[in-house]
Design a binder for this molecule. Structure first.
Ligand code: FAQ
Length: 333
């Protein structure tokens, strides 16, 4: 998407030598809300943190196809199947834009894929939970996409141009995903007592893991301070989590559902919903690879990568053939 316009890896723009004056000019551009583009000078740490965040985001979209993909063959109607197929394809597309945006920072897609498949790279904790019932598909759209939108709308104003631009389209698609999820929940909650119970049971399992999507509390977040200074992040993890909770509680109450948090209470003084303690030990376990589905997800990704080997070989052979033909026609001129 962008890489054809880039300077080579060893260009002056890419190898950002630490230089206080250049850093001050860079920060001034950020403070003036200018976008940083791939060939611009940037501090090595800015490049590193963006590559990390965008790659993790891309991996999340790709691994995130698995829990919902699990239900495509079991969707309860043709309409639901068509919508779910389209949604899962959209997530694959988001992964592709994000890998392209990360490549502009100098790391190849192959390297990023290797990091995912070797277990060296992270992806969102939420995709390590199982989808046990059809209501889980409603919950993923309503809450997981809802949390993703809350986090990604501010990323449309991220200082790095390619990431910000990719986010604009991603957010449009995520908002369709969120609405289709909420509509599934509405249908279940207006349905039979068994359907309503299925919706409640799904909310009980997913609520706390969804709150973990926003990352560790601010006091434990390693990257927030620098990411805010560089205007990669516009809000802290806790700020976004609170915004999400405030927006979501009334939606859940409209469905007639109860959130599995006895401490949840509207605070008239702050104007926000107070909530109970998140189990950060569980979060750390899931991120460390010990969640309910981590091993299954990675096994599925590795198998898909191996099964797609012939496509990569064919694409490379075709690219070589085109290059040879182009070289021959130049030689013949
Ligand atoms: N899971 O210092 P911070 C979606 C890691 S897309 C796993 O606070 P930061 C679409 C973090 O990477 C969902 N790891 O980090 C969809 C860091 O590790 P490192 C993904 C997590 O970057 C819907 C360490 O903890 N969205 O759902 C998590 O400033 C439906 C310290 O944390 C994005 O990636 C976590 N939940 O803030 C697809 C959005 N949280 O690298 C299919 C972009 C934190 O130092 C179906 N990313 N960590 O080893 C971000 O906004 C940020 O990266 C945060 C974390 C907010 C996720």
């Amino acid at each position: 998407m962008y890489t054809q316009a880039l300077n080579s890896q060893d260009s002056a723009a890419h190898t950002a030598k630490e230089d206080p004056q250049a850093e001050a000019r860079f920060q001034a551009r950020i403070d003036a809300e200018e976008k940083i583009e791939p060939n611009d000078w940037m501090p090595a740490a800015y490049r590193r943190t963006l590559t990390r965040q965008i790659a993790q985001h891309a991996h999340s979209e790709i691994v995130g196809m698995l829990p919902e993909g699990n239900w495509i063959t079991r969707a309860p109607s043709l309409k639901r199947k068509a919508a779910l197929l389209a949604k899962v394809q959209d997530e694959g597309g988001h992964g592709a834009y994000l890998y392209a945006a990360a490549e502009t920072l100098g790391t190849s897609r192959e390297e990023m894929e290797d990091q995912l498949l070797s277990g060296a790279a992270k992806y969102s904790s939420i995709f390590n939970y199982p989808t046990l019932s059809w209501a889980d598909i409603g919950i993923i759209g309503w809450l997981v996409d809802g949390a993703a939108i809350m986090n990604q709308i501010p990323l449309c104003r991220c200082s790095y141009g390619p990431y910000a631009r990719a986010m604009v389209r991603v957010c449009k698609e995520e908002s369709f995903h969120q609405r289709q999820g909420y509509e599934i929940m509405l249908a279940l909650c207006k349905g039979t007592p068994a359907q309503k119970a299925m919706a409640q049971e799904a909310l009980d399992r997913w609520w706390w893991p969804v709150l973990m999507m926003f990352g560790p509390p601010d006091k434990d977040s390693q990257h927030t301070e620098s990411a805010m200074r560089w205007k990669i992040k516009r809000f802290t993890n806790d700020e976004l989590r609170q915004k999400f909770i405030d927006a979501t509680i009334p939606q859940g109450h409209f469905l007639g559902l109860t959130f599995p948090d006895p401490a949840l209470k509207f605070n008239d003084t702050t104007g926000h919903w107070d909530y109970g303690d998140i189990d950060w030990v569980e979060f750390k376990q899931v991120v460390a690879g010990n969640g309910p589905c981590n091993r299954q997800r990675m096994a599925q990704r590795r198998a898909a990568h191996e099964a797609g080997g012939w496509v990569r070989e064919a694409a490379n052979a075709y690219a070589r053939k085109r290059q040879q033909r182009a070289a021959m026609s130049i030689a013949a001129e």
